[in-house]
Unconditional design. Sequence first.
Length: 128
Amino acid sequence: MAMGDRPVSWLTEDGILCHDLTGYRHLSMDLIRYLSRQHVLLTDGRPARVMVLADDLLTVDFEVQLFASRAWVSKLIASLAVVCHSFVIQHLTSMFISYHAPSYPVRVFTCRQEAEDWSRSVTEPDKR
């Protein structure tokens, strides 16, 4: 990734907010703040089912986990699907679920289609 490049985020037709972190090896607080701003912009500040494409991700700042546990952040996330093949990220996600117990469901997938199917099956944000 070239310096200054930002990940692409978009809202699918069925309301899943996708963040494509392809090419990113580290999830920093600066990057998560950017993704949070994208969330608010794309959803008009409403809760959304979120899918993160994170196949290249290798490390995550601990502060990112704390950020994702904040009450106002939890209100914006109806569910979180993480798509990756990295054992490290799968393990970090498992630890996040165990230690931070987010109020929204979180699952890790190795297949994007399975993540999308699961995200669609989660109760729509405005019906929680």
